[in-house]
Design a binder for this molecule. Structure first.
Ligand code: TRP
Ligand code: SF4
Length: 405
């Protein structure tokens, strides 16, 4: 389906404050964010409520972890001048939208989200048969829809949550976007655009509805976007009217899959705290050295003279990330001919990782010494985010019928 949004791209993503970030977060997520913040409006938040859904029994560290994470984000280069970064619970509109969405969310939709059963299986030591945990992906939908995000950068495991978000948005628009006098209101809104624009809109709408002309749909959306003198509600009506339905109050976002989301860990599996195979962004050089040196290699290389096969070695995928073409050639040839030893092979990797981490750690140290500065960034981010979220909630309350005056 074509995106239902006429808005300029707005990117929203969140991360749970799980403690020190590692190279998996950096290469799999943050580097993608760094690129996106150069190109588009971005909102990045620390999902402390999401952390609470699984860690309610040991919630004492969430706030501390959140601050640490904010430091790491800033240290890697998330720029508060370009991105809005904040703490989820500082923007209570997320919770209000979550509540309102819960009214129209069939239980089965939540029970069917694959992460629901998976996580319950995986985190057996925690009791996750709670209302909050079932609602995890719905809270995520609220995080996204409260900003009318157009794109949501996520890993593979989160795609189902974005898909649910789209379904929820559709259902919300279907239930609350239908006004009894929708057609009449839409027709009135068409007239308000002025003679020339109205004719163009009608023409494009007809081309789309009668001939399924997607291009006409895109042009019509752009036309609506450029209208300065119609109200937001009218714009939503005209958008919905284009496609024949009701008003589109909450647009459907698209998932944006990170290009290299699977950063390999020290053992060849995906790098993840739960596998204990990580290198943290705060890892000291000696520790990086030790961790890489003790990495397992191709099990066929028992002795130095035995040739090896990079494809069977967990060190190789790291070279693919950190090393240039000539170093990779040197590894492949040296390994297969037993021309180099494994420690030798690992050396350029150790250096590359430490070189990458050095400036990050330097900035993290400075920030850690000035937590007030970090708190100020988060406070300012929450203010900006709230300004956006409030506008959506106004519309949502009105659409739902909670309008008192
Ligand atoms: N559930 C996401 C994760 O575990 C974190 C998250 C919460 C999120 N809210 C979000 C991601 C909104 C994207 C958009 O990684
Ligand atoms: Fe792995 Fe390098 Fe040893 Fe080959 S030489 S087995 S790629 S560490």
């Amino acid at each position: 389906m074509v995106s239902t949004s006429t808005q300029p791209a707005r990117i929203v993503s969140g991360m749970r404050p799980t403690g020190a970030l590692h190279l998996g977060h950096y290469h799999g997520v943050l580097r993608n964010w760094l690129r996106l913040q150069q190109e588009q409006e971005c909102l990045f938040f620390i999902a402390d409520w999401h952390a609470l859904t699984t860690h309610y029994e040991d919630s004492g560290e969430i706030a501390e972890h959140a601050l640490e994470m904010a430091i790491d984000w800033l240290a890697v280069g998330i720029n508060p001048g370009l991105s809005t970064m904040f703490v989820q619970s500082h923007v209570p509109e997320h919770a209000e939208l979550h509540l309102l969405l819960s009214m129209i969310t069939p239980l089965g939709w939540l029970e069917r989200v694959p992460t629901y059963k998976d996580q319950q299986e995986k985190l057996r030591e925690r009791d996750l048969s709670t209302y909050g945990f079932l609602g995890y992906p719905l809270l995520q939908s609220a995080d996204i829809l409260v900003y009318k995000a157009t794109q949501v950068p996520v890993g593979e495991d989160q795609v189902a949550h974005v898909e649910l978000t789209r379904e929820i948005a559709r259902r919300f628009n279907h239930v609350f976007g239908r006004e009894p006098d929708f057609e009449a209101l839409a027709e009135e809104a068409v007239r308000k655009m002025g003679k020339k624009q109205s004719r163009l809109y009608r023409d494009l709408r007809k081309r789309y509805q009668e001939k399924g002309d997607d291009e006409a749909l895109d042009v019509a959306r752009a036309l609506l976007e450029s209208q300065q003198n119609i109200t937001l509600s009218d714009r939503e009506r005209l958008l919905g009217y284009l496609e024949g339905g009701g008003r589109i109050i909450l647009p459907e976002p698209d998932a944006l899959l990170a290009p290299n989301a699977k950063m390999p860990g020290l053992d060849g599996q995906k790098m993840s705290k739960s596998y204990g195979n990580t290198i943290s962004l705060r890892e000291q050089p000696e520790e990086v050295d030790r961790k890489v040196r003790t990495m397992p290699t191709d099990p066929a290389r028992v002795r130095r003279e035995d040739p090896g096969e990079p494809e069977k070695c967990p060190v190789w995928p790291l070279h693919r990330i950190y090393s240039d073409r000539s170093t990779c050639d040197w590894v492949e040839q040296g390994c297969r001919s037993a021309g180099i030893g494994c420690l030798e092979c690992k050396q350029p990797l150790i250096e590359a990782i430490n070189t990458e981490l050095e400036p990050i750690q330097e900035r993290a140290r400075e920030l850690a010494e000035d937590p007030q500065r970090v708190r100020a960034v988060l406070a300012e981010g929450a203010e900006k985010a709230r300004d956006l979220a409030r506008v959506t909630l106004e519309e949502v309350r009105q659409a739902v019928g909670l309008k008192y005056r």
